[in-house]
Each structure stands twice: as C-alpha cells, then as structure tokens.
Write a protein that binds this ligand. Structure first.
Ligand code: ZN
Length: 536
C-alpha cells in the first residue's frame, strides 16, 4: 500500500508493512534457491522490491515467479545466455510504474519507452561501451508518477525514478574487469545525477559491491580509500549530516590524498558531486557493525564479520520524505540481507504496466494465471527463512554445512588417558604398554593437537571391540577413520577444508575451527586452531 505508515520487522524476521511507500533491496544470490519465490515476495511486504543476482536466463525464468498476482515485475538478463548476475524489480499494482527500462545507460530502451537522462552518458561513452555496460543484466530502471502535495517546495517534481543496480565485483587479477567496474560506476554517477537534474526524485538501490566508509567494513585494510568504488561513492554521496566532523575530515583528507593523481572524474562530461545521501546513515548516524553481506562459506554471518555493500541512496530532495531505513540481518536465504526504506510519499499507479513487464513476454502469453491458479498459488505455504538467533554475534548458525554441531560431550566425566588405563587394567586383557605406545603414536602423528578427551573416547570405543578380538587386531584398529579433532579455542568439532591457493599444498586437506571468522578480540569468532588432515 502506498498510504501513510511505517515498515518494521515483526520479530519473526519478515517485514510487516503498516503503510508508507516501502522500498526494499535484496541480493538474493539465485532466485532458484528459494522454494516458493512468489510467497517470499508476498511475505517481504514492500511496495517495491529490487532483487539482484537472480541468476536466471530468460528461458529459465519460471512463470509463477515472474508473474505474481498483485505485482508486475521487470527483469534484465545477461546477454550471453549465462545464468549470472541479473536483476529484477517487483512492483505492487498500487505503485505500477509509468515506464521501465532494461539497463543502466538507455542503450537497450525501446523507442517510446525512454525514461530520459541519457544525454551526458551518450557524450561520455561510445555506443560500443554502452552496449557492453548493459550486456550483463545489471540494472533495471522504473519510473513512477508521484502525488506531491501542493505546499511542498518540490511540487514541480512529478516522478520518482528507481535505479535497481548490481554493480560489478572486480577480479583484482583482471585489468579488464577493473576497467569495466570503473566505467559502470561512472555511468551510474552520470545517469543518476542527470535524472535528478532533469527534475525527478531518484533512488539508487542495490548491491553497490563497495563499502563506503571504514565503518562499513569489518576489516578496513591499508589503502582502504584507494579504490574506484570508494572514490565513486565519495563523489556521489553527501555525508554532511551523517557522521562526526572528525570522520568527515578524515574521509576528505584520505580522498584528496588519492584524488590528486587519480581523482574521480569523467572524461568528457562534468558531474556535480555530493548530490545523493545514504538513507541508512541519515537514520542511524554512525551505527557500527551494521553489515549486509557476509562470507557464508567462512561462516562469517555467525560472528557478524561482514561488510555493508547494499545501499539505498536517495537524491537530495528525497531526504524530507525519508522516514526509516533499516537492515534486516534476521532474514536468511542469501549471503546478503535485505535493506528497506520507508518514505512519506504517494505514488499514482500507471494505467497499465510498461511494455517491458514480464507479463507481456510472448512466452507467457495465453498462459496467464486464472483465478484457480491464483488460489492454488496462495495456498502454498512458504516463509522467508529467518535466523532465530536474535543476536547474530552470540552463536554461530548450526544450519551451515560448514558448521557441524558442537561435539557431543562424553557422558562420562573427562578421564585422563592414564587414569583410564589404570582403572580398566584388570578388565581388559590387553597389554597396556602396547596401547600406550599406540596412543602416543596417535598424539604424535596428529601433531599434538588432538584433544585428550577425544583420544580417550576413541580408545574407549575401541577397547570394547578389542575384547572380542586378539592382540593382532591392534594394527588394524588404529587405521580406523580418524576422529574429527576439536578446536583448541572452543573444544568444538572442526571442519575440514582444502587449500585452494596455488602452491605445494594446493588440494591438501586440513582441519580448522568451524566458527565464523571475526574480529581478533571476539571470543565467539573462529580460533586459530589448525591441523593437517594427513601428515606428510
Ligand atoms: Zn574454535
């Protein structure tokens, strides 16, 4: 709904809308990983939802996901047919756009459907460059008609333009990708600013693939500011009302250090700087630990060791309408979490959806949902996966395949290996010296990192076996699968990983703490336990 109100989480992790114009961005890391995507969209509640990394080609897009009753959707796909990147904007019928464009530069827009603001971008880039920038399915732009009250200073502004964007991630080893990323940021800078200057309210939202300030990064490295994405954001954003003057000075100083030789400027056009605002920082000031993306392979969500790279960036005159902006780290399902913003704005829905709406795709024609299909769809249950842990830093998620549950405690009180053998001496008809030697051998072979309890437990299990077998069985016994070691810091079962880095150890397996990477001073974060799985 577009009436006045507020959006907040309902404690269950999904988003409850109580009115206002609510807008959401979420990098979903693959649409097909969601069991019932239409129900997810409905549960997210927002009036306009901008997804990135749908990872579908047009022929892979399931009709029930594309055409959801009550919404229209607008997709872009990679032009080379691979299921990579891809963004999609879903709009409730109460906010139907008056125009929608595939791509960032206008190169792909159909005659009569243009949104405008392309004059300068056409000066800066060649047609070949524009084509290349829009070949990877990284942007959808929608234009919505606004109902601005007569008494507002911006009553002449008729439209809201949403630029749903998935900015490229640069492979540091590939010079061509770094250049592509830089050009993409320049194109975004030019288009968003031109659209605002032409008299529109503009929102740029999505996965920007750069965290702006040190505050937005769990581990701001040396030369943090010497990064094309950061220089773009420094140029694009105005942080006057968002941070302490000290941090601002620091940021400006850092920027100017690098901008002398390698500043942010376009080759052929001049773009005004600092015209947009980071909605999250307007509302939350310098709140720290506010991240939207985590390395889930390294279990970093459990320790909230992440980055804030998903943004809702609003043009200057939009500030007066911003009511709320938040990060929803409790909504799972991707390595990113959704970000929402709520505005005191009303949209007048378009009479009919723009021609690029998925509902007009010829492949979906004649197979439109009838009432029966609609009822069938809405009766299927699906919820947004939610992290039930309220404080993400408290405990690692156990659901991850890389995070096995903590080792079960032995029912018996911890027993020293020597005690064990002393007490069992009479019961077990074996040569204690043999066992002792064998145990020492394990401990030695395991590089002294197997915990005592662990060895004790293994030995106990194996002793019962031994009762049935003769001494000759010992040789075989110690070839049984090795136990998963416990990490030194938490006494929890380790995970086995492989060395991926090129070198003499590539492919070699090792054990390390199963917990997520985190700050050095975080006791809940991964400890530095390390052990080769096989000693060479
Ligand atoms: Zn540990």
């Amino acid at each position: 709904m577009c009436d006045d109100g507020k959006m907040e989480t309902n404690g269950g992790g999904s988003v409850t809308e109580i009115g206002g114009l609510s807008i959401m961005t979420w990098n979903i890391n693959g649409l097909r990983s969601f069991q019932n995507f239409p129900e997810i969209v409905r549960n997210l509640k927002a009036d306009i939802i901008c997804f990135q990394e749908t990872k579908v080609t047009r022929d892979m897009l399931p009709e029930p996901s594309a055409i959801i009753p009550g919404y229209t959707s607008y997709y872009t796909f990679t032009r080379n047919g691979t299921a990579y990147s891809g963004v999609a904007t879903y709009v409730k019928n109460s906010c139907t756009p008056v125009a929608a464009e595939d791509g960032l530069t206008g190169y792909l827009s159909k005659p009569g459907c243009e949104i405008g603001g392309t004059r300068l971008i056409n000066q800066e880039f060649t047609q070949e460059e524009l084509k290349s920038l829009d070949s990877e399915g990284r942007c959808v732009i929608t234009k919505h008609k606004l109902n601005i009250e007569e008494n507002k200073q911006d009553k002449k502004i008729q439209h809201l333009i949403l630029i749903n964007v998935y900015c490229p991630r640069a492979d540091p080893e590939r010079e061509d990708r770094k250049e592509f990323k830089l050009k993409f940021y320049k194109a975004l800078d030019i288009r968003a600013n031109t659209l605002a200057e032409e008299g529109n309210h503009v929102i740029v939202l999505g996965d920007v693939n750069t965290s702006h300030r040190e505050l937005d990064h769990c581990d701001p490295y040396d030369e943090f500011h010497d990064h094309p994405g950061r220089r773009f954001l420094d140029h694009f954003l105005n942080i006057d009302n968002e941070s302490s003057s000290q941090e601002r000075k620091h940021s400006v100083q850092k920027s100017s250090e690098t901008s002398i030789s390698d500043g942010w400027q376009c080759e052929r056009v001049n773009i005004k700087e600092n015209q947009f605002h980071d909605a999250f920082r307007i509302i939350h000031g310098s709140r720290s630990q506010a991240f939207t993306c985590w390395n889930t392979k390294m279990n970093c969500r459990s320790t909230n060791y992440g980055t804030r790279i998903d943004y809702i960036l609003i043009s200057h005159l939009m500030k007066q309408y911003l009511k709320d902006c938040d990060i929803h780290a409790d909504i799972l399902g991707s390595d990113h979490c959704p970000v929402t913003a709520n505005f005191n704005l009303k949209i007048i829905p378009g009479q009919k959806p723009p021609p690029s709406a998925t509902k007009f795709y010829p492949e979906f024609q004649g197979r439109q949902l009838n009432l029966k299909d609609m009822l069938a769809t809405s009766s299927q249950k699906a919820t947004v996966p939610v992290n039930t842990t309220t404080n993400a830093t408290k405990r690692p998620l156990q659901s991850s395949t890389l995070a096995p549950p903590a080792a079960k405690k032995s029912k018996q009180a911890p027993t020293k290996i020597t005690n064990f053998f002393t007490s069992k001496k009479q019961d077990v008809n074996i040569n204690v010296e043999v066992v002792k030697t064998a145990t020492e051998e394990i401990v030695h072979n395991e590089n002294n990192s197997v915990q005592e309890n662990d060895v004790t437990q293994t030995i106990m299990e194996e002793v019962s076996l031994v009762r049935k077998e003769n001494k000759a069985a010992w040789g075989k016994l110690f070839k049984a699968p090795k136990p998963v070691p416990l990490c030194a810091g938490h006494q929890e079962e380790c995970v086995k990983r492989k060395v991926t880095k090129k070198g003499p150890n590539q492919g070699r397996e090792f054990y390390c703490c199963a917990r997520g990477e985190g700050r050095a001073d975080d006791p809940n974060a991964r400890c530095n336990f390390f052990k080769w799985a096989v000693i060479r």
